[in-house]
Design a protein around this ligand. Structure first.
Ligand SMILES: C[S@@+](CC[C@H](N)C(=O)[O-])C[C@H]1O[C@@H](n2cnc3c(N)ncnc32)[C@H](O)[C@@H]1O
Length: 216
């Protein structure tokens, strides 16, 4: 039976769709992926529950599809299911083959795309449209500016006009440069600093800027 405090807040009827939290097997799988490819994985262990809660705090269960980028072992997925999300509303993107296989086993009701987040394309995958929000677990500080641009392009094309992208960073500022956000008419806002995560992390929300009214 699941035992984390996040799950204890979930109505009993939803427990059946919630996979148990990361066990030692998931943590080992993640650490192995990191040791093989530290830059691509970006952390030696998965995010903690406090960060999972902070990055998903702005999401609304039942509002529609959510895209999760760089899902890893599924710590954020787990939190969304605990919040009451329908598994079929979750699209999980993970490029590491071993982690993607593990996600398919753990979250059979959700869609797992084993691909690079930068390569997402609605023309190849029609489910990548009308997305309400994106949660990003990618190691953005290890990526170059052109990769950030591809990512923003793909993500905001998939989302509804009012869709937000939530991301986290271990750094002291938003990992996507202001000039890159400007080029896409986007703005960033710091949502929360999560001291309890190892290492401490900051959550940012990236959203479309309101266009000025014609004539203003
Ligand atoms: C820092 S880990 C975060 C994992 C998980 N979201 C968490 O918070 O525990 C980053 C994850 O992104 C994946 N990843 C890195 N670059 C990617 C890319 N371009 N497209 C899809 N996944 C990627 C890695 O394989 C890894 O699982």
């Amino acid at each position: 039976m699941p035992s984390s405090s996040a799950e204890n807040t979930v109505p009993k009827s939803q427990h059946s769709s919630v996979a148990p939290p990361d066990g030692w097997k998931e943590k080992l799988l993640f650490a192995q992926a990191f040791l093989r490819n530290p830059l691509d994985v970006g952390a030696i262990m998965p995010s903690g529950l406090a960060l999972a809660r902070a990055i998903t705090a702005g999401l609304v269960p039942g509002a529609g599809k959510v895209l999760e980028l760089g899902t890893g072992t599924g710590v954020f997925t787990q939190q969304m299911l605990a919040m009451g999300f329908d598994p079929t509303d979750l699209i999980l993107v993970e490029q590491n083959p071993g982690l993607a296989t593990n996600l398919r086993k753990r979250f059979p009701g959700s869609t797992v795309l084993q691909t690079s987040a930068q390569a997402l394309d609605v023309h190849h995958n029609p489910m990548l449209s009308d997305v309400t929000a994106t949660v990003c677990g990618l190691p953005l500080r290890n990526m170059r500016d052109h990769e950030h641009r591809q990512l923003l392009e793909a993500t905001f094309k998939a989302m509804r006009p009012d869709g937000n992208l939530y991301l986290f960073t271990y750094g002291l500022k938003c990992p996507i440069a202001r000039s890159t956000l400007d080029a896409h008419h986007l703005g960033s806002a710091l949502k929360k600093v999560v001291i309890k995560n190892v290492p401490p992390a900051a959550v940012y929300c990236i959203s479309r800027r309101a266009e000025p009214e014609p004539g203003n």
